[in-house]
Design a protein around this ligand. Structure first.
Ligand code: NAD
Length: 319
């Protein structure tokens, strides 16, 4: 039996956060979910809302927080380009001021703190796959910079707090992750394609569809970040966590049409500004230090996700 900890999950009502809260509760911990609900949903918390070891606190991490805690997972930040560009200044401040507030809290309460960073710190990469040494190719002033540069600056703050105050930090660079509890209307490629395929509508691909991505199923990701939190304190990261099976967006769209038994066709639209042309994690560090590897195949993960989206679509039609 593992020791029960008091764990704070910021962004716990979002896609990844809600799965993480569930896993931490299953392990016997006391879980405090802090979320402003800017993109998250109380519905994601319903399966464990009444668990006596679970507490929800509505709060924006830009503001100071005071509590006694053993571990902090900082996931608070909108993750889809559509959501993070709606209020880009707030996105930058969430990453920078929000991280500062949580690093201060970690220092006061002597907690270990894990930052959910992102493959977007590599921007539109000029090397493939991307390992943690790669410094990235980010457009500093483009529409995605509030997220990419916000996350890069957050990493800087984490390492400066470690150097200056000895804060117990962990930094994980998450690559595209998918699964149940994603919002259906936030423009992320996986949910957009599946939703349209289930409705037999045209699947819109931005650009020629030859851009590549690697998709990690949510259960694998949660295992990776909890393994990172539990690892030796000398290992700070940054460490890539994701799936290294690289596919084109055209391949993904065709597979989704097949798995959904859909009549949809694929149509191409203008490419999105600063959209990366390729994306694949180098996972040697995660494999060697954490002994972690993604286990879920793309078709298995897609089938779970399709089932979830089908259920949401049917329930919303009934209402
Ligand atoms: P999400 O939008 O579903 O969840 C983010 C959560 O953070 C939401 O519940 C939102 O309400 C909350 N939030 C946002 N700003 C906040 C603030 N200022 N104060 C308090 N709460 C706030 O996104 P997700 O996919 O679950 O991503 C979670 C984290 O993982 C994010 O930090 C994201 O950058 C990172 N990440 C995700 C992916 C992915 O593929 N999903 C990839 C790389 C990194």
């Amino acid at each position: 039996m593992e020791e029960r900890k008091r764990v704070l999950v910021t962004g716990g009502a979002g896609f990844i956060g809600s799965h993480l809260c569930q896993t931490l509760l299953n392990k016997g911990n006391e879980v405090f979910c802090v979320d402003s609900l800017i993109t998250g949903s109380i519905n994601n918390l319903l399966p464990f809302r009444d668990n006596p070891r679970f507490t929800f606190i509505e709060h924006d991490i830009i503001n100071p927080l005071s509590m006694e805690i053993d571990e902090i997972y900082n996931l608070a930040c909108p993750a889809s380009p559509y959501q993070y560009q709606k209020d880009p200044i707030h996105t930058t401040l969430t990453n920078v001021i929000g991280s500062k507030q949580l690093l201060e809290l970690a220092g006061k309460t002597n907690a270990r703190i894990l930052q959910a960073s992102t493959s977007e710190v590599y921007g539109d990469p000029t090397v493939n796959p991307q390992d943690e040494q790669y410094k990235g190719n980010v457009n500093i002033i483009g529409p995605r910079a509030c997220y990419d540069e916000g996350k890069r600056c957050a990493e800087t703050l984490y390492f400066d707090y470690r150097r200056k105050y000895g804060t117990n930090i962990k930094v994980v660079r998450i690559f595209n992750t998918y699964g149940p509890n994603m919002q259906l209307n936030d423009g992320r490629v996986m949910t957009s394609l599946i939703t349209r395929a289930l409705n037999n509508e045209d699947l819109i691909i931005y650009g020629n569809g030859l851009q590549t991505r690697s998709f990690c199923y949510i259960s694998d990701l949660v295992e990776g970040i909890t393994d990172m939190m539990a690892s030796d304190s000398s290992f700070t990261g940054p460490v890539n966590i994701g799936n290294d099976e690289e596919i084109t967006i055209n391949f993904l769209a065709e597979l989704i049409i097949k798995l959904c038994n859909s009549q949809s066709c694929i149509v191409h639209a203008d490419p999105m500004e600063d959209d990366p042309k390729m994306r694949r994690p180098d996972l040697h560090l995660a494999n060697n230090i954490l002994g972690w590897k993604a286990k879920t195949s793309l078709s298995e993960g897609l089938n779970h996700t399709i089932q979830y989206i089908e259920h949401v679509l049917i329930s919303s039609k009934k209402q």
